[in-house]
Write a new protein. Structure first.
Length: 124
């Protein structure tokens, strides 16, 4: 599992090359933190980063769209917690539940006990 974390971090670092000081670079930094917190999440991100439409640059566009939609005058801000939620949604990752609802992050119901999950629903 630790291998998945380091491989994901290395792949993110590769995508960050030449982007230093930009918003996509910062997305990469936040993704690294997310990977460090959960090896299963790191494995999913590792796989997703092979898809051009799932790059850190594309993920940053989702955060920018949120900022643009919530702009007040010439000002917009996306807190790290909100950006975390956007990134987790973009990459299809589970969301942390402790206190997230109180801080404005949507939390989905992950209870599956007694329910049938059809894996075909997740295939694109």
């Amino acid at each position: 599992m630790e291998c998945s974390i380091s491989m994901a971090i290395n792949k993110i670092a590769t995508q960050q090359t030449g982007l230093e000081g930009t918003a996509p670079f910062m997305v990469g930094e936040q993704l690294k933190d997310i990977c460090k917190s959960d090896a299963r999440v790191a494995e999913l991100i590792l796989q997703d980063l092979d898809i051009p439409e799932m790059s850190i640059t594309e993920a940053e566009k989702k955060i920018k769209a949120y900022a643009d939609k919530h702009k007040t005058g010439n000002f917009s801000c996306v807190t790290p917690l909100v950006a975390d939620g956007i990134l987790r949604e973009f990459y299809g990752l589970h969301k942390p539940t402790a206190g997230a609802a109180e801080l404005g992050v949507a939390v989905s119901d992950t209870t599956t006990q007694g329910k049938i999950i059809d894996l075909a629903d997740f295939l694109g």
